[in-house]
Design a protein. Structure first.
Length: 81
C-alpha cells in the first residue's frame, strides 16, 4: 500500500471524527444517552441509548413501555443528554 494512501486515509478519518465530536460538547460513545436534535426527524426530542457507531452514524435504541425501536441516525443529529 502506498504511503500517501495511508496518510490520506488517516487524514479523512481524523476529519470525520473531528466533525462528529464538534456536534456536541461531550463525546458520543456506545452506551451514552443521547437526544435527537434534528427538527425534520419524527424522533426529534426523543432520548435513547447508543448501541453502536459506524462511520458518521449511530444506532440508537428507543424504549417506551412495551416497545423498543433501534434507529440509525447521523451523529450530527444527536446531542449527549
Amino acid at each position: 500500500m502506498p504511503r500517501g494512501y495511508v496518510v490520506a486515509s488517516c487524514a479523512r478519518m481524523h476529519q470525520r471524527l473531528t466533525t462528529a465530536s464538534m456536534a456536541s460538547a461531550a463525546p458520543i460513545l456506545p452506551g451514552a444517552t443521547v437526544k435527537v436534535v434534528d427538527a425534520t426527524s419524527i424522533y426529534n426530542g426523543y432520548t435513547g441509548f447508543v448501541q453502536r457507531i459506524s462511520g458518521d452514524r449511530a444506532a440508537v435504541l428507543f424504549e417506551g413501555g412495551n416497545w423498543d425501536k433501534l434507529v440509525t441516525l447521523r451523529l450530527r443529529d444527536l446531542q449527549a443528554a
